[in-house]
Write a protein that binds this ligand. Structure first.
Ligand SMILES: Nc1ncnc2c1ncn2[C@@H]1O[C@H](COP(=O)(O)OP(=O)(O)OP(=O)(O)O)[C@@H](O)[C@H]1O
Length: 294
């Protein structure tokens, strides 16, 4: 069965805070989906409801066409992993090898050989206690548990927290490699959009508990352009457009603009000796969610 997620008018309130405010979302089929949003936008809340960790305050949520909360027919198909060690997948007092053994018992599609290979790759000793791992190592272990679960719906909630850059990039490579070998639904939440964007097929952007967009990543990158070349020509070309980002290096400039370019504008850019690249998702993210700071 092809994995699916669908929510309708999903709402979640904690006491005085509305974390999800009428989210209607549909994700269909295997893919690497980026759940993007600023701090406090509702990513963790959404994932918690999708995994059945929390009951929604209102609206509907279905995974693989089943209601999720307290539904043992679907929860084994969903694996939610949180970064930085804040996860229910292991006990801090247990050793890494015991955490792997527990996952083998809990996860119907668990791949023990793959898990063993990954912990070696991330330099995690199976004899160490989980609580004695560094934050980055614990995030790496959590990511191993997520990937080796091979759950049809795997939700990785900022699992890169505390990982250094080489470990993060090794993790991204591994996500891609394993997804190609075992296509499934991988939803990865992050605000490190630049790093994540080469992986993403689809982007789900939430802001203040609401869905801003759910779009194919290529289409999204076409919503603007990075224009570079001689500074004067660039300035002339982008005049009157919404500028998301600009850099100047000597007589050259690179400016990211929002808004699709027509075919004749693309021809004109080429004739003026300008290079056009798709817009970086990070710039779109900052623009669509209201600038650097709120
Ligand atoms: N247990 C809780 N009790 C009360 N409010 C909460 C609780 N958990 C989250 N919130 C609030 O709900 C909103 C959404 O939080 P959530 O953790 O889902 O955001 P997020 O997008 O995952 O943020 P971040 O990127 O910082 O992890 C925030 O305003 C947050 O303060």
């Amino acid at each position: 069965m092809s994995p699916t997620i669908s929510t309708e008018d999903l709402r979640l309130r904690y006491r005085n805070t509305t974390a999800l405010d009428g989210v209607t979302l549909s994700l269909d089929g295997p893919g690497i989906y980026g759940l993007i949003g600023r701090n406090g936008s509702g990513k963790t809340s959404l994932m918690s409801v999708l995994a059945g960790f929390r009951r929604a305050t209102g609206g509907a949520v279905r995974v693989n066409d089943q209601p999720v909360f307290e539904n043992p027919r679907v929860t084994p198909q969903i694996c939610l992993i949180r970064g930085g060690g804040d996860t229910v997948e292991y006990d801090f007092r247990s050793r890494v090898k015991d955490a792997l053994r527990l996952a083998a018992d809990l996860r119907p599609n668990w791949d023990a050989d793959y898990a063993g290979e990954l912990v070696r790759q991330f330099g995690i000793s199976q004899r160490k206690r989980v609580g004695h791992l560094s934050t980055g190592q614990r995030s790496a272990l959590a990511s191993v548990l997520g990937l080796a679960s091979r759950a049809p719906v795997t939700l990785l909630d900022e699992t890169y927290l505390g990982m250094d850059a080489p470990t993060r990039y090794a993790f991204y490579d591994e996500v891609l490699r394993d997804f190609m070998a075992h296509p499934r639904m991988l939803v990865i939440s992050s605000h490190l959009v630049d790093e994540l964007s080469p992986l993403l097929e689809r982007v789900v952007l939430i802001d203040q508990g609401q869905l801003l967009l759910n779009e194919d990543a290529e289409t999204l990158r076409g919503r603007g352009a990075a224009v570079s070349g001689p500074a004067d020509e660039v300035a002339d070309f982008v005049s009157g457009r919404t500028v998301l980002n600009e850099r100047r290096l000597g007589r050259s400039a690179s400016v990211v603009v929002y808004g699709e370019l027509t075919e004749s504008e693309r021809v004109r850019a080429k004739e003026s000796g300008l290079d056009l690249e798709p817009v970086p998702l990070q710039d779109l993210f900052v623009h669509l969610t209201g600038g650097e700071t709120r």
